[in-house]
Design a protein around this ligand. Structure first.
Ligand code: PLP
Length: 390
């Protein structure tokens, strides 16, 4: 075997996603870009706010800024800016030494898992869940365990409680959620905090909560509660991939609750984990986000698309929960086999992702990080696909 045995399965899984990406390119070449409705990727097309370009230009002309190595957790002034912002938003009393700048949310997740999880320990997440978690668990040597959510994709606390074992080290949640768009309420998060406190006592082992929040700013008419308020032993992580449309620039951070058990040790380990992968988060974009705390893309664009998509899908006869956040819809597949239904959609030049890959069989995911005209243009195809089953 030319590549490591343990990589074979991971490469196969990654190539499924790559195949879909390549299929999109092939279909655009064959049918023309305007005749292909590609909802497969969560890659923001909304331009970054003008302040990003302005700040970049200022920084390019500023000879005083450093482009060199720095402490592995990131520039001190940037970590201070992040801590100041979070303290203003959440009043948690965060200090910059508990902030680690990372290469996106993926970098932060890898840091946290490397810092916390021993090989063979379990990472528990509600399903459906973001597919990247399989890879991050793999890298950390953790076993990914899932607990089902309720039919509306909100937390099923009994299922989480039942899935916790003596091997559970981390519970990982993501709200607003990819792929379902669910935003967890304060009440359910409070309940989760109580479950984790009780389970940590029961198994005489600290269970940490990781809250993966790259979509925090993309929420419609609902509060995204502060997770730090419900459980002390929490690490919040996020990125600027979605809220500033900077997914390719690889910039994000993790922040550890000051009262978390061994908070300083975890921050130190996360910083060292940075050195194992990419040494430090990209310098230029640390400088950029350090100056742009609290700025976001125009969320109104995503709200408009969500409403447009929901209306069209409803009229075509699809069933789904209207998402409260992120930029995904997760409708029920009209037939049991979601992979087969995604193939039926492909006959209409519509690209979607089967829910099975997210641990949510019987559904399919649509990303509305695409132009309005792609959404509007797809409705006839969605209707035809539905009608073809009658
Ligand atoms: N977590 C979730 C839930 C995501 O949807 C994504 C990306 O789509 C990530 C993490 C990784 O984000 P980033 O590109 O900032 O590394």
């Amino acid at each position: 075997m030319p590549i490591a045995d343990k990589m074979v399965k991971m490469v196969e899984a990654a190539s499924t996603i790559r195949k879909m990406f390549e299929e999109g390119i092939r279909m655009r070449e064959k049918f023309g870009a305007d005749n292909v409705y590609d909802f497969s990727l969560g890659n923001p097309d909304v331009p970054p706010p003008a302040a990003v370009q302005d700040t970049l230009m200022d920084l390019i002309n500023d000879n005083s800024i450093s482009h060199g190595y720095m402490p592995n957790p990131g520039f001190a002034h940037v970590r201070q800016a992040v801590a100041d912002y979070l303290n203003k938003e959440f009043t948690v009393g965060l200090t910059p030494d508990l902030v680690v700048m990372t290469a996106g949310a993926a970098g932060a997740l890898n840091d946290c898992l490397r810092a916390l999880v021993n090989p063979g320990e379990e990472l528990l997440t509600p399903a459906p869940y973001f597919v990247g978690y399989n890879q991050y668990a793999f890298v950390a040597g953790a076993t990914l365990v899932t607990a089902p959510t309720r039919p509306d994709f909100h937390l099923d606390l009994n299922a989480i409680q039942a899935a916790i074992t003596p091997k559970t080290r981390v519970v990982l949640i993501n709200s607003p959620n990819n792929p379902t768009g669910a935003v967890y309420s304060m009440e359910e998060l409070d309940g989760l905090g109580r479950v984790l406190e009780a389970a940590s006592k029961k198994f005489d082992k600290r269970i940490y909560l990781i809250s993966d929040e790259p979509y925090r700013k993309i929420a419609y008419d609902v509060d995204v509660p502060c997770i730090f308020d419900v459980y002390d032993h929490t690490i919040v992580l996020t990125s600027y991939s979605k809220e500033l449309s900077l997914a390719g620039e690889r910039i994000g951070y993790l922040a550890i609750h000051p009262k978390a058990e061994d908070a300083a040790l975890i921050a130190g380990a996360a910083g060292v984990a940075n050195t194992m992968m990419y040494v430090n988060a990209p310098a230029m974009f640390q400088h950029v986000v350090g100056r742009l705390q609290g700025i976001t893309v125009d969320i109104g664009i995503y709200r408009r698309r969500r409403d447009l998509f929901c209306q069209g899908l409803k009229e075509a006869g699809y069933e789904f929960d209207v998402p409260d956040g992120a930029f995904y819809l997760f409708p029920k597949s009209p037939i049991e086999n979601d992979v087969e239904f995604v193939n039926i959609l492909k006959e209409q030049n519509i690209l979607a992702v089967p829910g099975t890959g997210f641990g949510g069989p019987g559904h399919f995911r649509l990303s509305y990080a695409v132009p309005d005209k792609t959404i509007a243009g797809s409705f006839a195809g969605f209707k035809k696909a539905m009608d073809s089953l009658r």
